[in-house]
Design a protein around this ligand. Sequence first.
Ligand SMILES: NC(=O)c1ccc[n+]([C@@H]2O[C@H](COP(=O)([O-])OP(=O)(O)OC[C@H]3O[C@@H](n4cnc5c(N)ncnc54)[C@H](OP(=O)(O)O)[C@@H]3O)[C@@H](O)[C@H]2O)c1
Length: 332
Amino acid sequence: MLYKAFRVEEIDGKFEHSIQTLSTDDLPAGDVLIKVHYSSLNYKDALSATGNKGVTKRYPHTPGVDAAGVIESSSDPTFRAGDKVIVTGYDLGMDTDGGFGQYIRVPAAWVVALPDGLTLKEAMIIGTAGFTSGASIMRLAELVKPSDGKVIVSGATGGVGSVALAILSKLGYQTVAVSGKEAEFDFLKKLGASEIISRNEFLALDKKPILSARYAGGVDTAGGVILENIIKTVKPLGAVSTCGSVSGTSLNVSVFPFILRGISLIGISAQNYPMNLRRELWQKLAGAWKPDCLMDLYSEITLDELSGCIQAILQGKIKGRVIVKLSPEFGN
Ligand SMILES: NC(=O)c1ccc[n+]([C@@H]2O[C@H](COP(=O)([O-])OP(=O)(O)OC[C@H]3O[C@@H](n4cnc5c(N)ncnc54)[C@H](OP(=O)(O)O)[C@@H]3O)[C@@H](O)[C@H]2O)c1
């Protein structure tokens, strides 16, 4: 079968992309062939699409760490043709051709049945970014309850940050958003933020090793100085989750927040999240944790429009989630 894909090639050391017609015969080996209805754009996809060898080692390649679609054929008895499914993470879109193509072929062990309560489109509005928000909140909620105080969220207008704000608000947490986009403060209020701090103001906090305790917890998506300042301002026994590095990859903090306040730092990796927890989290995201404002959180594009959005996400300019519709014939 022939299909269309956003293909990235390495030509004379440069990375170029185009929409190409490929054959499913050339997809990698795997148990399950899936017709992709929707994918979504994540920060990692932009790295893969621009030749970041830490993400993708082999080109030509089709990026897209997310896919939601319908099984075309399966050699594994767990799935049957016609089943609606989600694939996020593992090696999809890294060195395995990903969701920016109309078909993927993957191991059955990567596939989650679409839970009741979500359409394929809604699953991709959540996507890896929203799944990461959910994973962050699942761990944070073990240590921080809504009655403990406010939870601060960085990179608040981005994919992980915006869904995190929406889920936290739904669960009854009071939230504080840190954002570099002053024009989007109304959007952040709509997601439930009760207070908004400009990113520059938060970056400019005093350099002391520990600062006044203000927040019960934090969901950090930025890393670097932003994460350092969250750690320094979390109250005794509070917790901070860390998943991203858009602001920096190093962490220069003293032990004081840990040994004087007993705070916890929780690392989040959505890529290889264990399948039992993965199913449990998708169930939550389809039910009690499904953001009420999901439909206000996304914009929809086609494969032809990916190029501009990839540049925008690399520049930190995306608001909320961007989903990719793989074919005009697909509905929800
Ligand atoms: N560990 C995991 O499993 C996992 C999974 C998914 C994503 N991630 C990582 O999480 C991070 C966020 O992903 P995403 O999908 O939410 O990306 P995104 O949609 O691009 O959002 C990132 C947001 O961070 C803020 N930002 C941009 N540049 C910044 C800078 N220099 N300093 C501080 N803040 C900056 C911007 O929000 P404001 O303008 O509102 O500040 C931006 O919208 C990325 O590093 C991504 O790789 C990790």
